[in-house]
Structures are given as structure tokens and as C-alpha cells.
Design a protein around this ligand. Structure first.
Ligand code: FAD
Ligand code: MEZ
Length: 569
């Protein structure tokens, strides 16, 4: 017999507690990432003493060990078939987790409370602001609206929150942040705008870029006040100044942001509903009236509200849609989570909203071709170089992504090797994750590494020596790279094969400076959008680190304005 139970899963850190919960309206603030500590509630399905299914339904802050959390999340991810990059270092297998739980049950260490799972009947309801999508933009919008004192419902179609924001690694850009100032970094709003427009080939919406740059420093403070760690500042492609903020030691930024924002949303008691999908945006006479959703068990219901914020992310994981806008990208892999399917575009089709720059789709140049795992641009920013199969550099590694991607595709094998040394590794904690997952080839000398890569030792070594001499003289005579942070001379040396994969959809829904969605260039009353679902900010090429500042700046604007509108009589 199979009995459904819900157990507080603290078994792996040595104390046992159990509880039974309803299977409805499950609140899940599950995030993944380094340094996360939490207690996690899992729904386990037993067949006798054997576990036939485990599903996370809730967690709260507690003394749960990092390793145990990772193990459980890995299990969940595998079960839900969600591909998440930042699980980091987890070596625990599904089998291992199952046997740990099974043996705890067999020893009587877990007391099980049987619970009949009543089917919830969903009724239509009314709130002030409804936010679709619990990634970085949606969480920010929900927090901003809730901090203004209005009621907010935040829905997320996946079983866990965070979307692509969970995967973000390299950092978040801002000019004149207090962290930059404290480090003596001399940046300016104007240079940030200039770099962004140059990166986007001057096809960006300049008003939105200016607003983003002007708000960027304050937004870093806003995030830090809400618990984010953004103390490390580095550089990425297309930037003239170090302005990419990330957690201390160079850890991945996304999980840190999602943890901080989800904790704040939790504290504010934002009504978050996971496994809940928006299927329609409702309007009457051109005015928004709310949305229709499907519940976790597939029942439709309506959430009425005067203000709706679309924060559904991009469409990088929807290959047919990507190929319909750019057929050259047919068959490319993607770095995106599978929820990046372009729902914002289909949800607004009936409303006839303005879509802009839909053909502008970015590939990320350092993605492992065999598994689509992205190696953060920060590795290049901190000193790594790209070497082809002839043992030579072929591009300025800090050029924009379109340029580097194109250069890679014209090398033998349509890929290249990202090469660095131990000093680059020590500068960026995120690299430990790649190492632990076995992504890196390692050699004690450039020659040994070259042999493992099947590249001429001599040419490979000459390239490294030459690059080191450029660093020494602070001038890249071959490719004019503008930042040469360190020589590559500390063994061991590392390499990983990389090629371009679909990464970011720059086009999307047109918005104005209030975050309002436009139709024939005029705002639709009650409809807002923020994040990767929108278009125009990045033009034809987004700079690394600019997506996260975009999503939080415009998430906050949409949340504030939607809250104000919801209170209008
Ligand atoms: P998301 O974070 O994707 O959130 C959208 C959410 O909406 C998802 O959870 C999705 O499931 C949900 N949703 C979709 N449709 C529906 C629906 N119908 N109903 C309910 N919910 C729905 N940018 C940077 O600036 N710096 C970085 O370091 C960086 N690194 C990156 C690394 C990777 C591997 C990837 C893929 C992207 C990276 N980016 C980075 C880009 C950046 O992470 C994204 O552009 C950004 O996080 C998008 O945020 P968002 O909130 O708009 O969308
Ligand atoms: O902005 C990005 O997409 C980014 C910085 C990704 C990365 O390489 O880490």
C-alpha cells in the first residue's frame, strides 16, 4: 500500500520531527545555492518502508546543514526534472537519500503521521496586486508593493521559485554604488550608460537605460538592506570600469539574491503560490481586471486585481520560438531553466501589446557543449583566456558576447578552451563548483594541460608566455584586451571546452518608464511588466551583469506603481 505522508525532513542532521500538512496552497521558498541553511519539509510517498517519491513542500530557516540541504534539493531537482546549475558540489544520489530516509524509518527514527489529502476546491478571489512569476523581477515587485502596505499574490508555475535568477553567477552591475565608492572605484552614471549603449549597438531605449543606470547604485543598497551580499566587485565584457557586484569571494550571485528576496517576501507574508500557472490576463474595456490561473492540481480559478505585473522571464528555453525569430539559432543549446518558455509573450497576445526587438537573442560564449552548463564570464573577467585547437588566442576575451561567440564559431570544432590557472581559481569561489562537478581538465604545467587537450605543447606554452608578457606590460598587443588582471603562472592550470548557447532574450514586451505595458505606444491601465519578459533595454546585445540590475530596478518601479494604482478610488 502506498500512503502519502508529509515529514519535516531533518533526518540528515540528526534530529527528527514530523508533522502533517494539507496538500493545498503549499508555500515554498525553496532556493538553491551555496551557504544556504534551512529546514525543509518534504512530502514523501511510502510503499511500506520504501520511499517511492519525495517532494519538497516547504522549508524554513533553521540549522539544516548546507550539505544536507544540497542533497535534498538535488533529489527534488532530479525528481522534478529541473536542471539547476547552482546545486554545487552535491555528490548525494537519489538512491542515497532514499536509503537514508528508508533506514531512518526502519529504525523508528521518524514518526509518521498519516494524513488524508483532501482535494482543495479553489475559489475565485480578489487582491490588490498580482505578480506573475517569482524570479528576481517578480520577487522584487512583490516586495516593493507589499512594503507599500497593499495585498499581493505572487504566483509561480514551477515547484520552486527563482527562475533564471537562480542561475545567475557573474554578478549585478551598478555605477556609483556605496560598495564601489568604499573600494575607491571611480565610476560614473554616464560611463555606465555609454558602455550599455555601445554594447547594445545603440539600439537600446535610451530613456530606460538612463533610468536603470541612475537607479543602479541605490538599488544595490536596497538589496543589501534586504540581506544580499554584493561586496565583491569585478569586471565583465564591454565594461570600462569594475562595476559587477557579487557575493564575497566571488560566489554565484543569483542564489544569494533569491535567498535574500525570498526571505524578505516570507517576512512580509507575501502570498506566494508555487506550481500555479497564469493562463490568461483578464481585461474589460481596455482595463485590466486580474488573471486566470491553474492550481497545482490543474483547477482553474481567477484572481481579480486592479494591477497585474508580468514577470515571467524570457523565452530562451523555447527552442521553436527562438528559432522562429532567429533561424540561425535552431538546434543551439540553452543555459536557461525550462520555465523560460515565453509565457509572457503568449499571455499578452490577445491583448495586442507592443513587442519590440524580438529577433535580438543573445548567445553566451562560454557554455560546455556536452551539458549546456554555463561557465561564468567572471572567469574571463578575473583573468582566463580563450585558446583554440591550434593553441592560439583568437579574440579579446572581454569583448561583448556577440563578438566572442562569433569568433568561437569560426574556430576549428566551433568551440574553444577557456584556460586559467590556480590564481584565477582562488579569485572566484564559483570556480570551485565547476571543479567539484568535474568540468575542468587539470595540468601541473601548461605543457601537461596541452597534452591532455590534444593541443601542441609548444604553441600552447608560447601563447601563455606571450599573454603573461602582455599582463606584465599592461598592454595586449594581439587583441587589445582592456583589463589584464593577473598573469597565468600559478599551477595547476585548468581548461574547459566552451561554445555559444542561447542565453538571453533581449526583445519582449514594450514598457515605459513607469513599468507600464504599452499598446500602440500607450499604457494599458493596470498592466505592468518587469524583467527579461520586457524588451528594449539591452538593444541588440546585453552586457554581462546588466540583466540583474534591469530586473530589480524595473521590478521595484512596477511594484511601487502597481501598489499606488491599486489604491486609486
Ligand atoms: P526569471 O528569473 O526567469 O523568473 C521568471 C519566473 O516566472 C520563473 O520562475 C518562471 O517559472 C515564472 N513563470 C513563467 N511563466 C509563468 C506563468 N505563466 N505563470 C507563473 N509563473 C511563470 N544576468 C546578470 O545580470 N548577471 C549574471 O550573473 C547572470 N548570470 C546568468 C546565468 C545563467 C545561467 C542564466 C540563464 C542567466 C544569467 N543572467 C545573468 C540573466 C539573468 O539571470 C536573467 O535575465 C534574470 O534573472 C531574469 O529575471 P526575471 O525575474 O525576469 O526572470
Ligand atoms: O549577465 C550574465 O548573463 C552573466 C554575467 C552571466 C555570467 O557569465 O555569469
Amino acid at each position: 500500500t502506498t500512503i502519502k505522508k508529509i515529514t519535516t525532513c531533518s533526518i540528515l542532521c540528526g534530529f527528527i520531527s514530523t508533522g502533517a500538512f494539507g496538500n493545498e496552497n503549499l508555500k515554498s521558498f525553496i532556493t538553491v545555492g551555496e551557504g544556504y541553511n534551512g529546514e525543509i519539509k518534504v512530502e514523501t510517498t511510502f510503499n511500506g518502508n520504501n520511499i517511492s517519491d519525495i517532494k519538497v513542500v516547504d522549508h524554513k530557516e533553521s540549522n539544516f546543514t548546507k550539505r544536507a540541504m544540497k542533497k535534498i534539493i538535488k533529489e527534488i531537482i532530479e525528481r522534478q526534472n529541473i536542471d539547476v546549475d547552482n546545486v554545487g558540489g552535491a555528490t548525494f544520489t537519489s538512491k542515497g537519500l532514499k536509503s537514508a530516509v528508508t533506514s531512518a524509518v526502519a529504525k523508528g527514527n521518524i514518526k509518521l503521521t498519516e494524513k488524508k489529502l483532501a482535494k482543495k476546491v479553489y475559489k475565485n478571489e480578489t487582491t490588490d496586486v498580482v505578480v506573475i512569476g517569482a524570479g528576481g523581477a517578480g520577487l522584487t515587485a512583490a516586495i516593493a508593493a507589499k512594503e507599500k502596505g497593499v495585498n499581493v499574490i505572487l504566483i509561480e508555475k514551477m515547484p520552486m521559485i527563482g527562475g533564471n535568477t537562480n542561475y545567475a553567477t557573474g554578478g549585478i552591475n551598478a555605477a556609483n554604488s556605496s560598495i564601489q565608492l568604499s573600494k575607491g572605484i571611480n565610476d560614473s552614471i554616464d560611463i555606465f550608460i555609454e558602455d550599455t549603449l555601445k554594447g547594445g549597438k545603440n539600439t537600446n531605449n535610451k530613456d530606460l537605460v538612463t533610468l536603470m543606470a541612475n537607479s543602479s547604485g541605490k538599488m544595490i543598497d536596497w538589496l543589501v538592506e534586504r540581506g544580499a551580499d554584493l561586496q565583491d566587485v569585478g569586471r565583465m565584457g564591454g565594461q570600462s570600469v569594475n562595476r559587477t557586484h557579487r557575493p564575497q569571494g566571488g560566489k554565484a550571485v543569483g542564489p544569494n539574491l533569491v535567498d535574500a528576496l525570498s526571505a524578505r517576501a516570507n517576512e512580509l507574508k507575501v502570498d506566494l503560490r508555487v506550481s500555479t500557472t497564469a493562463t490568461k490576463i483578464n481585461e474589460k474595456d481596455g482595463v485590466i481586471t486580474g488573471i486566470t490561473v491553474t492550481s497545482p492540481d490543474g483547477q482553474p480559478y481567477t484572481i481579480n486585481s486592479k494591477a497585474v505585473i508580468i514577470a515571467t522571464g524570457g523565452f530562451g528555453a523555447n527552442e521553436p520560438l527562438v528559432a522562429s525569430y532567429n533561424e540561425n539559432l535552431k538546434g543551439f543549446g540553452t543555459t536557461n531553466h525550462k520555465g523560460a518558455s515565453g509565457d509572457g509573450i503568449s499571455l499578452t497576445k490577445e491583448l495586442g501589446v507592443d513587442l519590440i526587438q524580438m529577433k535580438e537573442i543573445q548567445t553566451h560564449p562560454t557554455v560546455i557543449p556536452t551539458n549546456n552548463k554555463m561557465i561564468t564570464e567572471a572567469v574571463r573577467g578575473n583573468g582566463a583566456i580563450l585558446i583554440n585547437r591550434d593553441g592560439k588566442r583568437f579574440v579579446n576575451e572581454l569583448d561583448t558576447r556577440d563578438v566572442v561567440s562569433k569568433a568561437e564559431l569560426s574556430q576549428k570544432g566551433n568551440s574553444a578552451y577557456l584556460v586559467f590557472d590556480q590564481s584565477v581559481r582562488e579569485s572566484l569561489k564559483a570556480i570551485d563548483g565547476y571543479y567539484n562537478k568535474g568540468f575542468l581538465t587539470e595540468g601541473n604545467s601548461p605543457e601537461e594541460l596541452a597534452t591532455k587537450l590534444n593541443i601542441s605543447n609548444k604553441k600552447f606554452k608560447t601563447t601563455i608566455d606571450q599573454y603573461n608578457s602582455f599582463v606584465k606590460n599592461n598592454k595586449d598587443l594581439d587583441f587589445n584586451r582592456n583589463d589584464l588582471p593577473r598573469q597565468l603562472n600559478k599551477p595547476p592550470y585548468y581548461a574547459v571546452e566552451v561554445a555559444p548557447a542561447v542565453h538571453h532574450t533581449m526583445g519582449g514586451i514594450a514598457i515605459n518608464k513607469n513599468g507600464e505595458v504599452l499598446k500602440n505606444q500607450k499604457p494599458i491601465k493596470g498592466l505592468y511588466a518587469a524583467g527579461e519578459v520586457t524588451g528594449g533595454i539591452h538593444g541588440s546585445n546585453r552586457l554581462g551583469g546588466n540583466a540583474l540590475i534591469d530586473i530589480v530596478v524595473f521590478g521595484k518601479i512596477a511594484g511601487d506603481n502597481a501598489a499606488n494604482l491599486s489604491q486609486e478610488k
